[in-house]
Design a binder for this molecule. Sequence first.
Ligand SMILES: *[C@@H]1O[C@H](CO)[C@@H](O)[C@H](O)[C@H]1NC(C)=O
Ligand SMILES: *[C@@H]1O[C@H](CO)[C@@H](O)[C@H](O)[C@H]1NC(C)=O
Ligand SMILES: [Ca+2]
Length: 497
Amino acid sequence: MSSLHCIAVFLALAVVSKPSIAEADQPHVILIFVDDMGWNDVHWHNPDIAMPNLMDLAADGVIFNQSYTHPTCTPSRAAMMTGLYPFKTGNQHQMVFNLHPSGVPLEFKLLPEKLKEVGYSTHMVGKWHLGFCKDEYLPTNRGFDSHYGLWTLGVGDYDKMNGVLSPSAGYDFRDNMGVVPKSDGYLALMLGDRAEHIVNTHYPGTPLFLAFTLDIPAKHLEIPEEYEEKYSDIEDDRTRQFYGKLTMMDDIIGGVVDALKNRGMYDDSLIIFIGDNGALSSQSGSNYPFRGIAGTMFEGATRVPSIVSGKGIKKTGYESNELYSIVDIHRTILDVAGAKAEPELDGLSMWPTWSEDKPSPRNEILYNIDDDPVSPGAAIRIGDYKLITGHPDLLYPYRDISLTDNYYNYGDAPASGLPSTDQQSHAPAPQNVEYLFNVVVDPEERNDISADHPDIVQDLRDRLDEHRKLLIPPVNQTTELAGAAGNFNDVWSPGWC
Ligand SMILES: *[C@@H]1O[C@H](CO)[C@@H](O)[C@H](O)[C@H]1NC(C)=O
Ligand SMILES: *[C@@H]1O[C@H](CO)[C@@H](O)[C@H](O)[C@H]1NC(C)=O
Ligand SMILES: [Ca+2]
């Protein structure tokens, strides 16, 4: 042990109130969190997509068949970072858009801050999307030693611009608080380079937490030529480009895994791979065979592929059907890191399930509760049954069109992402629904059985109401033009809330 290492141990022990588990047992934690990846967008569900690196991770780990997120980016990210359901932090409604004067409220301590207290170096590479209107909301002020990537919901792959619901577009690519100079680089590849650099320059004796929140495969279909060429035999442009993007994603992840191996850190690393929500398949991706696209309460929006691999996983190379929720990642990482978990957290420790295939402690999935007066929506699953109430489409007018319009296909989606008139006539926006599905026998949510089981509906409704008692209103989501990028040299910036 070098003297530097001893100092690190000493400092780590000095700040925690009770002794943590021996530092030697703390794994490096590499959390690979990708954007809008559909159920059918991985090799193990669609063998036409090449993902050799993820399949290697699966061989050293477990593929999870029932891992759940929330319907959109911000709620999922908030749950993972806070260990609480999004309706308890005010992050349940849609997402943080550019001009919203809010983020994750500052009273909630985020995962990297807790990990720092037990000696971790903490780095984030990629998309934040948890608020940027003031410095205090930003990743480097909430527990990350460094952040390289974007603060907003997403940018163009080459120009790194975003103008969603805004008077004009702005640039969004940051290195900590600084602005990364404009270049022709492809964002996801640049993020991969930085993630590798962090591993390559990390002192292996200190535990590393790397949140690698890639901004792909979401949305745009532009990809470097070499990846499109891998699928040159596919005629349909959208499918060819999207498969290329998924293989590029796998390649980027492989680069980080190789860096861990070269540094001798791989055997000490726990690697978690999961998406933040299902595919927005009106733009790209496929949730086949599940119903719904990102932003809805259906399984397609919330049941996402996941792999857990590496240090401490004793049983490997199989597919688990045990339930876990994104909120559990928080507590499970605290558990393996030997950090303190507040008793009020919603996340459960999945460690016995992940590492030894023990039955999951989770029997309930809370998809969301959002009492927004215009589009209220809530959904809960207990055991085999799932209740959806209110407005199942959080991002109206993105519709539940998957059952009527082959939204499972990669090709031929309307470029706008909005349903065509024909699709609309097939699927009028559902309002005030009360759907009951048995998602074990009917995982595609085709048969609403609420009329046959009023007792089950009542039980699930009661349980939602019990959770609702702890709901806080959503954070401020008014549109504040003071935040427009035009006021900050066309760069999305803090300092206006
Ligand atoms: C995964 O889930 C699907 C859909 O619910 C089911 O058909 C399949 O049997 C499950 N796989 C495993 C290994 O349990
Ligand atoms: C939202 O934030 C803005 C700007 O900070 C403020 O002017 C407005 O009063 C807030 N609205 C609510 C409902 O809190
Ligand atoms: Ca997302």
